[in-house]
Design a protein around this ligand. Structure first.
Ligand SMILES: [Fe+2]
Length: 214
């Protein structure tokens, strides 16, 4: 049995993203929602070990969806916390040349400008039906990958591409503050995107190897 997964600490204070994302949302989202995915993932993996030892194929099949959902939830939130940065911090300023030069150039080549890219990304986020995520992905690491805006449903993680950054579009990510004003959340999130982390993932993959070490 592998080691149990644990909640990674936030890389900033719970109120660091205010006024874009409230301390209340960040606290609940991290301590309750993310923790629940981890708790359920660990339980499903423990049940899988038992089922494997018992050759219980029915149980193994029924556990697959739980592992995918909760494992995806753990991966997605771990990526999300890191690709956000405190309000007004230098990492959020893509217009500054030093923050994400390689990624910014690639965005300008493929989307025309950062503004055009943001507009397109917002449209994709607002088009998500039900719960899911919006992602900027690259088809390879190394700083030359082709960029694409994609969505994943529920807690499906990105597979087969580098997740440069993601935006959680579950209601729990914004509803306590924005209520039904989804547009307000989608427009505000750009003020807390960590472009330095996005640049690092674009150039070197996630954690330097296109695989999240959790
Ligand atoms: Fe979430």
């Amino acid at each position: 049995m592998s080691e149990k997964y644990t909640l990674p600490p936030l890389p900033y204070a719970y109120n660091a993203l205010e006024p874009i994302i409230s301390s209340q949302i960040m606290t609940l989202h991290h301590q309750k929602h993310h923790q629940t995915y981890i708790t359920n993932l660990n339980a499903a993996l423990a049940a899988q070990s038992t089922a494997l030892a018992a050759n219980n194929i029915n149980e193994l099949i029924s556990l697959q969806q739980k592992i995918k959902f909760n494992g995806g939830g753990h991966i997605n939130h771990s990526l999300f916390w890191k690709n956000l940065a405190p309000y007004e911090s230098s990492e959020t300023k893509i217009e500054s040349r030093s923050v994400a030069p390689t990624l910014k150039s690639a965005i300008e080549v493929q989307f025309g400008s950062v503004d055009e890219f943001v507009k397109k990304f917002q449209g994709v986020l607002l088009g998500i039906q039900g719960s899911g995520w919006g992602w900027l992905v690259a088809d390879s690491a190394g700083g030359k990958g082709k960029l694409e805006i994609v969505t994943t449903k529920d807690q499906d993680p990105v597979t087969g591409a580098v997740p440069v950054f993601g935006v959680d579009m579950w209601e729990h990510a914004y509803y306590l503050q924005y209520l039904n004003n989804k547009v307000g959340y989608v427009e505000g999130i750009w003020k807390v995107i960590n472009w330095a982390v996005a640049e690092e993932r674009y150039k070197n993959g996630v954690d330097g190897g296109n695989a999240l070490k959790l």
